[in-house]
Design a protein around this ligand. Structure first.
Ligand SMILES: C[S@@+](CC[C@H](N)C(=O)[O-])C[C@H]1O[C@@H](n2cnc3c(N)ncnc32)[C@H](O)[C@@H]1O
Length: 143
């Protein structure tokens, strides 16, 4: 699903935020059953530009991770507070991660003039509690 576009009173197209009701998914998710994940072998192998339009390799690295980001509430709140930090939400439920992706896309479109929300992104990542601790957090985050 992608964010749709509506017209405002001034007839300029305005990106519409996605509606949660179309992205509901029960809490249980079994990533081993019918899903396929592409895991990068290391954070350096990630194509961050795909997630952050302003990303420049070697200059800006992902600094905050929200593991189990749900519908992205924390990311959206933190984004304007730390505009220079890249933040990554990781969510196991496919519909919920789709919601966050569409939410970020719509927010970026709505805030195109200020460049807002270009520092947050979401990926679907299963069992990141185990994988991220070892492989990602120590490389990515300024801990
Ligand atoms: C309480 S919600 C998160 C709320 C969110 N941090 C916020 O501030 O709005 C917990 C989320 O973690 C996700 N989750 C649970 N286990 C996970 C795992 N192993 N990997 C990724 N996400 C997971 C759930 O699907 C759920 O959406």
């Amino acid at each position: 699903m992608s964010s749709s576009v509506a017209s405002s009173a001034s007839s300029a197209p305005v990106a519409k935020l996605p509606q949660k009701r179309y992205y509901r998914q029960r809490a249980h998710s079994n990533p081993m059953s019918d899903h396929c994940f592409d895991y990068p072998v290391s954070p350096q192998k990630m194509d961050w530009k795909e997630h952050y339009p302003d990303y420049e390799k070697g200059r800006t690295e992902v600094r905050f991770a929200d593991i189990g980001c749900g519908y992205g509430g924390l990311l959206v709140q933190l984004s304007p507070l730390f505009p220079d930090k890249l933040m990554l939400g990781m969510e196991i439920r496919v519909k919920v991660s789709d919601y966050v992706k569409d939410r970020v896309k719509a927010l970026r479109e709505q805030n195109e003039q200020t460049g807002g929300y270009r520092n947050i992104a979401c990926i679907r990542w299963a069992n990141c509690g185990h994988v991220a601790k070892r492989e990602v957090l120590q490389h990515l985050l300024s801990l």
